[in-house]
Design a protein around this ligand. Structure first.
Ligand SMILES: [Zn+2]
Length: 421
């Protein structure tokens, strides 16, 4: 293997580890299997539509399929389910240099018109060398109406030597007339576990000391896209060299430490003004970004929601204690309001103050209805009232937003009245 430290042109991990065979595709096993079966049995379609979120393998699969159709590494001179990776066709397609495999990105303005010309002018011509002329049209939903018309005419009566592979993140924007003539495959986002495993495998091959916890953080922040995960790993290598642990990745991504999120969530659940203010003092003292904090808090609330439903892992150590007795509905309310708050704070000229004031308002306006109902039912049964959720503990000493106990208590009473059947 080439030593990358002596090589000025560093090859990104996403390029270096781009899958070259169907077996290498992570997370899209059923698609790989179906395509391989079709290749083995010779039941090939003239148009394929790959759709799904970005970065989960559509273009890569399209290239592997193009190789499979044109590979000359096997003796039988037919499409193969296992492209050899060594013949001129396989090598050139891997580098996007095969003249008979046209890759066009409809998202790029300069190529939109080229697509129409390419389809009209070259489709009828025989492949110059390869078995098939393959058109890979990325982000196909961006094509102009005239390009779609040209495409439609061609896939209605496709020449025998032409295969179209269309890829899109927005299938609903592709005309139904086109979709109905394609064999469609839905690519799903990869799970955090799939990405984590892949990152750990790859760091072994690259001699990088990546801890499982760090890999998991990267995977979670990649949003289901392997390409994004590999880009983040590239950044982490540049940021902290060959040893990558949880803390360095969190620093690199500007993530809020779990401990602080735990404090914030605890304060919101307990409606504890002072604790919430303390969280913001830490944010200010440590120089954390208020926008990132809100985003992380929103994600933690989402994870807590699933955790409380019994559907996911604990979002942080000690979550069980913090979330004890909290209803999923209450967490959903908080999450929705904080989501809105994220948007507001983004455009604020003082993010820290806006975030703090906003979060106090959110805390004040969210009510745990399920909790209130059970308290109300207990009252109606004549039972003594279970201990109330700790409420505002009085104003804090500074001039920061203070609690309004009288008002919140009044509102709670009002809600109780309102809930009474
Ligand atoms: Zn080959």
């Amino acid at each position: 293997m080439e030593d990358k430290t002596t090589n000025f042109t560093y090859i990104s991990l996403a390029n270096k580890y781009r899958p070259q065979k169907f077996e290498d595709m992570v997370g899209q096993e059923s698609i790989s299997k179906t395509l391989q079966n079709a290749l083995k049995s010779g039941r090939l379609a003239h148009a394929y539509l790959f759709y799904g979120p970005r970065g989960c393998g559509k273009t890569t699969t399209a290239r592997i399929l193009a190789k499979a159709l044109n590979c000359t590494g096997h003796t039988d001179n037919k499409p193969t389910a296992e492209p050899c990776g060594k013949c001129p066709q396989c090598l050139e397609i891997a580098q996007s240099a095969d003249l008979d495999v046209l890759e066009l990105d409809a998202a790029s303005n300069t190529q939109v018109e080229k697509v129409r010309e390419a389809i009209i002018d070259t489709v009828a011509l025989a492949a110059s060398r390869d078995r098939f002329k393959v058109f890979i049209l990325d982000e196909v939903h961006m094509l102009s109406a005239s390009s779609f018309n040209a495409l439609l005419k061609t896939i209605e009566e496709p020449p025998a030597h032409v295969v179209f592979i269309l890829a899109t993140t927005e299938k609903h924007k592709v005309p139904a007339t086109i979709v109905s003539r394609c064999q469609t495959f839905r690519f799903r986002p990869l799970t955090t576990e799939e990405i984590t495993t892949h990152l750990l495998d790859l760091s072994g091959a690259e001699n990088i000391d990546l801890t499982p916890a760090a890999a998991k953080i990267i995977a979670k922040n990649a949003g289901g896209a392997m390409r994004d995960a590999l880009t983040l790993l590239d950044r982490a290598i540049a940021f902290c060299g060959g040893k990558i642990d949880e803390k360095t990745v969190a620093d690199m991504l500007g993530l809020t430490p779990d401990e602080l999120l735990k404090q914030a969530l605890g304060a919101l659940v307990q409606k504890d003004n002072q604790a919430l203010h303390q969280v913001f003092q830490t944010i200010q003292a440590e120089g954390f970004d208020a926008n990132s904090f809100l985003k992380d808090l929103k994600n933690t609330l989402g994870e807590s929601f699933y955790f409380v439903l019994g559907q996911g892992d604990a979002p942080f150590a000690g979550a069980k204690d913090v979330l004890d007795g909290v209803s999923p509905g209450f967490l959903a309310q908080l999450s929705r309001k904080i989501n809105k708050l994220c948007e507001e704070v983004k455009f604020s000229d003082n993010a820290l103050i806006s975030a703090e004031v906003g979060l106090f308002t959110v805390m004040d306006s969210c009510l745990d209805i399920s909790g209130l109902i059970s308290r109300l039912e207990a009252l109606e049964r004549g039972e003594s009232l279970p201990p109330a959720t700790p409420r505002a503990r009085g104003p804090v000493s500074t001039d920061k937003p203070a609690s309004r106990p009288a008002e919140t208590t009044a509102r709670k009473k009002q809600t109780l009245r309102h809930l009474r059947p």
